[in-house]
Design a protein around this ligand. Structure first.
Ligand code: SF4
Length: 308
């Protein structure tokens, strides 16, 4: 529920957006009040599309560091701002350019497909990137005569190879999102026992043993669509618990149970209305990707956008 302080921030944010020709891009996992002031609310693919199409002078990215880097890569002449300094994603941190170079050397005939949750310095070494929304389409479009080096999430790698039959080599071997790793098979079995009629929907960052017991796996957008269209009234949701709240809004006649209320990506909840307002006033914290890296990283991102 919004209070007077929130309303004051919202008014000033809207005014600053108009005055400075600024837009706010927010990830689906952000706080509801941040999603409410955003011009675009989406998963990584929608944010990349919006960053590619915008003509705003200032782009405020409410998400984690690799999302802001992606916006900076696509907009070298615009100001990209994060309301939080060092909004690191622990998954993206698991793949350094050195690790990727070593893997490329060890697998010289492979193509490199990276999950968007990677730093621009790693993406600059890739042939293409993908998100949860288009991972299968993009993997299918890659050269079928070579194996795919895929990183940094081994669970997304499992999801792709199981559905496409493509050979994927995970780099690093055990990369994973710490938030989705919290969803254990035991927790899922217990939740299914408590709600036996519920369909299970999950994000591909979930563990393989959890993925194997779901009715649907996909991006947040895909989960929303599946739940709207499914002939079921109850769903168990295996991803950030904020998605359950979003699903309740989208399909108010249905019931959604997060597998656990503790399932929250803390990094995505750091931006607040006060921080977004300060970011617009001070035009900080500026996110800049060195030109050489940005020029190289833009190629795999553009390839993904063409394939989507
Ligand atoms: S949910 Fe996982 S992958 Fe997504 S930003 Fe949070 S830590 Fe990173």
């Amino acid at each position: 529920m919004q209070n007077n302080t929130d309303n004051g921030h919202i008014e000033r944010i809207e005014q600053l957006k108009r005055e400075k020709n600024a837009i706010i891009l927010a990830h689906n996992y952000e706080r509801p009040e941040i999603r409410a002031v955003a011009d675009v609310v989406s998963g990584s693919l929608g944010l990349a599309e919006a960053a590619n199409e915008t003509s705003a002078d200032i782009i405020v990215v409410c998400g984690v560091d690799f999302m802001a880097e992606m916006a900076a890569v696509m907009n070298p002449d615009r100001k990209v701002i994060s309301p939080v300094r060092n909004a690191t994603c622990p998954l993206a941190q698991q793949l350094s350019p050195r690790k990727l170079r070593d893997a490329k050397r060890a697998n010289p005939n492979s193509e490199v497909l990276l999950y968007m949750n990677a730093h621009a310095s790693a993406i600059a070494l890739a042939d293409c990137v993908c998100t949860a929304a288009n991972a299968l389409t993009v993997a299918e479009a890659m050269d079928h005569s070579s194996p795919i080096l895929f990183g940094p999430d081994r669970c997304v790698s499992y999801y792709i190879s199981k559905r496409t039959g493509r050979e994927l080599i995970a780099v690093p071997e055990n990369g994973a999102c710490p938030v989705h790793q919290k969803i254990s098979l035991e927790a899922l079995i217990a939740a299914k026992a408590a709600h036996p009629r519920a369909k299970v929907v999950a994000h591909p960052e979930c563990r393989p043993e959890v993925q194997d017991r779901t009715d649907y796996i996909g991006s947040t957008g895909g989960i929303v669509k599946f739940c709207k269209e499914a002939d079921a009234g109850e769903f168990l949701v295996a991803t950030d618990s904020g998605v359950s709240r979003m699903l309740e809004k989208e399909s108010p006649e249905k019931t959604f149970y997060p597998i656990s209320d503790a399932l929250v990506c803390p990094r995505m909840k750091v931006p607040t209305l006060a921080k977004v307002e300060a970011a617009l006033v001070n035009e900080k914290f500026r996110v800049v990707v060195p030109q050489e890296i940005a020029d190289a990283a833009r190629i795999p991102i553009e390839r993904m956008l063409e394939l989507s």
